[in-house]
Design a protein around this ligand. Structure first.
Ligand SMILES: Nc1ncnc2c1ncn2[C@@H]1O[C@H](COP(=O)(O)OP(=O)(O)OP(=O)(O)O)[C@@H](O)[C@H]1O
Length: 271
């Protein structure tokens, strides 16, 4: 597979500030070791893509960043995740507050069965002044490239929007919480090519103010949108445990990888 990388050159990627840092020795679901040996710093205002074949632990790692794995019974993490140098697994960290700062957008658009307005107003709903709330909702919808399409129907059901609009609404809902980091788990996999392009253009815009970590199966998408790419794989035969194989600037991963398995994967030889 030939991937036309439009990602920035290595020298243009700002690697001065690490905002998140996964240091995962092991992640278990019950007795099953799903992921091991992950040391992955995430740089501020970059897009980091997590790539690799199915079942190698990409979504598992993504959920570690904002403690979403804790919602799955039997999950156990050995290691830590630093957010601004503080371990988010310390008992005094409030996971709800963490998830406002490290927001998440899922594979399948999941708007609440409420109006478009109510979906976006969900996070800032404590706002006492209606005018300010209106302004925040409009701003989030504009930033998600959705305002023009919904401004005349804000009080209609979010469930009547198209799949691509619903996904942008979910992004607007995440943005309204003013997150520093947005985690995205295959956000385009349920969308058509046009809706996918809209989200990709949006990502480029969002990284000016946010840091984005995205899981994607679409290698072309990873090459197009990301600055850094992390390749995961199951390295031990007969095992189902995922490992981080290689992590570098996207251009290096796609054009000059250090590891043979990375080269084979980005060339579409497996997975
Ligand atoms: N809730 C769970 N309970 C038990 N095992 C799980 C759970 N979620 C994931 N797993 C297992 O953990 C491993 C990693 O899964 P994960 O979904 O993180 O991989 P992935 O790389 O994101 O896969 P895909 O690309 O198919 O989404 C797989 O073997 C999966 O079956």
């Amino acid at each position: 597979m030939i991937v036309d990388s439009l990602s920035p050159t290595a020298t243009s990627i700002n690697k001065t500030e690490i905002i998140l840092h996964a240091q995962v020795e092991a992640l278990y679901y019950g007795k099953f070791l799903a992921l091991r040996n992950v040391n992955l710093p995430v740089y501020k205002n970059t897009i980091t893509a997590l790539i690799g074949p199915s079942g190698c632990g990409k979504s598992t790692l993504l959920r570690c960043f904002n403690r979403m794995n804790e919602l799955i019974a039997g999950t156990r993490l050995q290691g830590q995740v630093l957010f601004h140098n503080t371990n988010v697994y310390q008992p005094e960290i409030d996971p709800i507050a963490l998830r406002a700062s490290v927001g998440m957008v899922f594979q399948k658009p999941n708007p609440f069965p409420k109006s478009i307005f109510a979906n976006v107003a969900f996070s800032p709903r404590n706002q006492r002044f209606q005018a300010i709330l209106d302004e925040q909702v409009e701003q989030a919808l504009r930033r998600a490239y959705l305002w023009d399409e919904v401004k005349d129907r804000l009080h209609e059901s979010a469930l009547d929007l198209s799949g691509g609009q619903q996904q942008r609404l979910c992004i607007a809902r995440a943005l309204a919480a003013k997150p520093e980091v947005i985690l995205m788990d295959e956000p385009c996999s349920a969308l058509d090519p046009l809706a996918t392009r809209q989200i990709e253009a949006l990502l480029e815009d969002l990284k000016q103010q946010h840091t984005i970590v995205i899981v994607t199966h679409n290698l072309q998408q990873a090459a197009r949108v990301s600055d850094r790419a992390a390749f995961f794989n199951i390295m031990q035969e007969g095992s189902r445990t995922g490992e981080l194989v290689e992590y570098d600037d996207t251009d290096v991963i796609f054009h000059h990888p250090q590891q043979e398995t990375t080269r084979q994967y980005v060339q579409g030889r497996f997975g």
